[in-house]
Ligand binder design. Structure first.
Ligand SMILES: Nc1ncnc2c1ncn2[C@@H]1O[C@H](COP(=O)(O)OP(=O)(O)O)[C@@H](O)[C@H]1O
Ligand SMILES: [Mg+2]
Length: 306
């Protein structure tokens, strides 16, 4: 396999569910070998649908998916072998001992029981779960359960690790330790793709990002370019009360539409948070906002709500 072959290649992927709902409208994007890629988008955007198709758990309506050059239809077994999936929901048997859960997973990949035992031990050690090997998932903390999901996904040494919202609803400490772990796994040369609705998570971990919204990829670029682009966005703010004169905000250009509507363009180096803080200090309450180009509207709404 040449270094140029992408770890993941998606072309014109369409998914229409049985009820007629079209969740993916012909998306295309590539993930390079060794990359750390975030598929970022609000709830219902199509992230899990995309992951499901990549992992052959969901049937696609049309389009092509290749894993390290192997087509998921014509080279199903080879493609599948290269992927480790950490699904969004816990889905292990709560009464089975940790060691068995990880070891038995190896069976699905044709790994012989003896080798599986050794692999399970190695993987549980890496994930810091060896001490808990005789316990059942019910006896693990939330963070340990997440690590168990990762241990199980790594048992067959996949080149591509895919995690579907690995830190959704997880407290900040566990999130940090998960981030460190994922970074280590990526440093070892594994390609990692994760889905998230936290911009912060993508920002911390990833080199490249795709933003998905309503079944369309609206951005596919490096994290650095994306953040640069964000800085140049222009926002429309809707105010609660009328203002008599334009507010003076540091490092932002303000255009007044009417007494309750402003256009704000942050200058280089300025962050939205700091701009909002200045509005708050001036006692100007912002009812809602959208970005002028409309492309990222939903995403920003989610970010602003936090
Ligand atoms: N089995 C299904 N049948 C019909 N619609 C579905 C099904 N699964 C998901 N959807 C819809 O497809 C859209 C994308 O869902 P999903 O891929 O789970 O989004 P995300 O993971 O980004 O939150 C949503 O509108 C969801 O309601
Ligand atoms: Mg999802």
């Amino acid at each position: 396999m040449s270094k140029q072959t992408p770890a993941l290649k998606i072309e014109n992927l369409v998914k229409r569910y049985k009820d007629g709902f079209q969740a993916l409208n012909g998306i295309s994007f590539n993930v390079k070998q060794g990359d750390f890629y975030a598929l970022l988008g609000p709830n219902g955007a199509g992230k899990s649908t995309t992951i499901g198709i990549i992992c052959s758990l969901v049937n696609k309506t049309s389009g092509n998916v290749e894993i390290f050059g192997y087509n998921i239809d014509s080279d199903f077994a080879k493609a599948k072998r290269l992927i480790g999936l950490v699904p969004q929901e816990f889905n292990f048997n709560s009464f089975e001992p940790i060691f068995e859960i990880v070891k038995n997973q190896a069976g699905y990949y044709g790994i012989t029981p003896n080798i599986a035992k050794g692999k399970a031990e190695e993987t549980l050690n890496i994930l810091g779960l060896w001490e808990k090997r005789k316990n059942t998932p019910r006896e693990l903390s939330g963070g340990m359960k997440r690590r168990l999901m990762i241990a199980r996904a790594l048992i067959h040494d996949p080149q591509l690790l895919i995690l579907d919202e690995p830190t959704a609803g997880v407290d900040i400490e566990i999130r940090r330790s998960m981030w460190e772990l994922l970074q280590k796994l990526n440093d070892d040369g594994r390609t990692i793709i994760l889905t998230t609705h936290y911009l912060e998570e993508a920002e911390y971990l990833c080199r490249n990002i795709g933003i998905i919204n309503d079944g369309n990829i609206i951005i596919d670029t490096s994290l650095r370019d994306f953040l640069d682009q964000l800085k140049k966005e222009t926002f429309i703010l809707y105010l609660k009360d009328s203002i008599s004169s334009p507010p003076v905000i540091n490092d932002a250009d303000i255009v007044v539409y009417d007494e309750k509507t402003l256009e704000v363009t942050p200058k280089e180096q300025q962050t939205l948070e700091k701009i909002f803080l200045q509005f708050a200090q001036l006692d100007i309450e912002i009812l809602s906002m959208r970005n002028k180009s409309n492309r990222l509207e939903e995403l920003f709404m989610n970010l602003v709500k936090k």
